[in-house]
Design a protein around this ligand. Structure first.
Ligand code: FES
Length: 123
């Protein structure tokens, strides 16, 4: 799927995909390729694809840390380190790693194509 984005000139007209393919790795090691809508959070992409072991109890308001995922180093370079409340919540996890993020705080964009998000063990 693609949506058309128009600029001020016809030369600036570009095609941007409406969704981005991500890989979600469940706690049992199963890899799920999901087509995530651009603009939604990675947490919603995971939940909307029926992967309900990611609890996301607060619904994405950055107050529970049950949407904890772990990326590889390339993924962290692309999404960046957590800050503020997100970093504070992750500090409380027994399973925090240098590549931890809360999936409700990551917006799906085409730049994330192909990234793997591993669901962290339950605290
Ligand atoms: S869903 Fe609660 S912190 Fe992400």
């Amino acid at each position: 799927m693609a949506e058309r984005v128009s600029g001020t000139s016809t030369l600036a007209e570009v095609e941007r995909p409406a969704s981005t393919r991500l890989t979600i790795v469940s706690r049992d090691g199963t890899a799920h390729d999901v087509e995530a809508a651009n603009g939604e959070s990675v947490m919603l992409a995971i939940r909307n694809h029926g992967i309900d072991e990611l609890l996301a109890l607060c619904g994405g308001s950055c107050s529970c840390s049950t949407c904890h995922v772990i990326l590889d180093s390339d993924g962290m370079a692309r999404v960046g380190q957590p800050e503020g409340d997100e970093a504070d919540l992750l500090d409380g996890s027994l399973h925090r790693s240098p590549n931890s993020r809360l999936s409700c705080q990551i917006q799906v964009t085409p730049e994330l194509a192909g990234l793997r998000f591993t669901i962290a063990p339950e605290d």
